[in-house]
Design a protein around this ligand. Structure first.
Ligand code: HAM
Length: 454
């Protein structure tokens, strides 16, 4: 019986694993240098945690099941609700602001396609317990920092920033009743993702009339925060003196991002609304400048989520960056280093005593010598490994010719081969990249300081 991997999942052979680790090491490095601490949660949670709070799109993509005790559970499709649950559980003992990161494996029952799988990793950066725009700006900066760390520049990626607060206010001003906002916001999020006719169709089905749809399209095409109020005055939606909620905050964000020195990496785009239901303020998505795939990352402010999950009202913001779109993009743009070597061996220990007798040699003696040489290899390997030095050997070292073992040492990418001489007292150390060899090194000296030879 041949069973294949499930569609939309990935097997990480060592080569793919090297790439995954390279990306995740960069994520971790960037998180730590920006002051974030790592956390993780369980891979499954009560279904209710996701079903109600993340919105209909995620709810329709859940892998859920009933356990033997009849509990309704779901594999995590995102980690933000888990983070909110964890913080709520210790809210009184955690000093704020909480700056945490995580790199969870997530599952979504999506239709697999380029850049969209059913299992993926997602780097999350979140700040909880801070209401100021500075926290949103810092998260955006961390996102840019990671992209730069991975070799992506302003010519490769762009962060498009919108505002749920401004968009919600706009919808109210054009006559959308409060109770319809939750169902209309996800429709607006589709504007840039579906053809125009499909968007109009969706908007009509959501209860918007032609005039409202025209207004929404014009609003979503505005190029900057400053233009929002002008538009509203022009269309008699507000009077000159009024304050439009969310606009001041966006203007502040623009100024702070300039101070962070990342002016070239973002643009205001009110078409970014985000699909998840819990966002309340500034929202953003990161796109490949060619925008050939889905977003590379997305996030924003979610000031109500902790409260909705039974905690206090605490400001929160952050983003998630998946490894799939990112990996494809790095590959297409040639940003993946050619020589990604996960763990280079320092030494490969070799027994030069072959078990094959040459003319005139006593075959028993030759076999015994080969066994003694093999034993010396294992003894030296264990001594080096116990000193923390990455060392390996060939399983056929109890008799295979030296040449075969050297070939294996090269294939394994070892830095140096250590050939234990038959006298049992000295080694020859061969540099496998240059081919140069040093003979007659006393074993005692070598083991005392293997670093000198490496
Ligand atoms: P999200 O927009 O659902 O946000 O996902 C963020 C990123 O995860 C996406 O931009 C994409 O790169 C990746 N991603 C999502 N679904 C898939 C998939 N099926 N296959 C491959 N990659 C995928 C969230 O999940 C929020 N919880 C992020 C957040 C953290 N907001 C605040 N803090």
């Amino acid at each position: 019986m041949k069973i294949q991997a499930v569609k939309g999942t990935r097997d990480f052979y060592p080569q793919e694993m090297r790439l995954r680790n390279w990306i995740m090491d960069a994520w971790r490095r960037v998180s730590i240098r920006n002051g974030f601490e790592e956390y993780d949660g369980p891979i499954f949670e009560y279904l209710d945690l996701f079903a109600a709070k993340s919105g209909p799109e995620i709810a329709s993509q859940l892998f859920n099941f009933t356990d033997r005790g009849g509990r309704n559970l779901a594999i995590r499709p995102e980690i933000t609700p888990t983070l909110a649950r964890m913080v709520n559980a210790k809210i009184n003992s955690l000093p704020r602001p909480i700056k945490w990161f995580s790199m969870p494996r997530l599952c979504r029952a999506e239709n697999p396609q380029k850049g969209r799988l059913r299992e993926f990793f997602q780097w999350n950066i979140d700040v909880i317990g801070e209401n100021s725009v500075l926290a949103d700006a810092e998260c955006i900066y961390v996102c840019v920092d990671a992209m730069r760390e991975l070799g992506l520049t302003k010519d490769d990626v762009q962060i498009r920033i919108g505002s749920r607060a401004v968009t919600t206010e706009f919808l109210k001003l054009i006559g959308v009743p409060d109770e319809k906002l939750d169902s209309i916001l996800p429709v607006l999020d589709k504007r840039a993702k579906v053809p125009d006719e499909a968007f109009v169709e969706m908007a009509k089905n959501a209860g918007l009339d032609d005039k409202q749809i025209k207004h929404i399209c014009e609003f979503q095409d505005l190029p900057a925060a400053d233009a929002v109020k002008e538009y509203m005055i022009q269309h008699a939606l507000v009077t000159g003196g009024g304050v439009v909620p969310g606009v001041g905050e966006l203007q502040q964000l623009e100024e702070i991002l300039a101070v962070f020195g990342i002016r070239d990496y973002w643009a205001i785009d009110f078409k970014v609304v985000r699909g998840l239901a819990y966002y309340t303020g500034i929202v953003y998505e990161v796109f490949d400048k060619g925008q050939s795939m889905r977003a590379l990352a997305g996030g924003g402010r979610y000031d109500n989520l902790l409260e909705v999950l039974g905690g206090p009202k605490v400001g929160a913001c952050g983003f998630g960056m998946g490894d799939v779109v990112l990996g494809i993009m790095l590959e297409e743009k040639g940003k993946i280093p050619k020589d990604l070597i996960e763990q280079r061996l320092d030494f490969f220990v070799i027994n030069p005593d072959s078990a094959r007798p040459k003319d005139g040699q006593d075959s028993n003696q030759v076999a015994n010598n080969a066994i003694a040489g093999g034993r010396r290899v294992i003894e030296m390997v264990t001594q080096l490994r116990s000193r923390g030095v990455a060392t390996d050997f060939d399983y056929s070292c109890f008799g295979m010719p030296l040449g075969k073992q050297l070939k294996e040492a090269n294939r394994r990418g070892a830095a140096k081969a250590v050939i234990i001489q038959p006298d049992g007292q000295t080694v020859s150390i061969k540099d496998l990249s240059t081919g140069s060899q040093k003979d007659g090194v006393p074993i005692k000296d070598f083991l005392e300081n293997p670093g000198r030879a490496s």
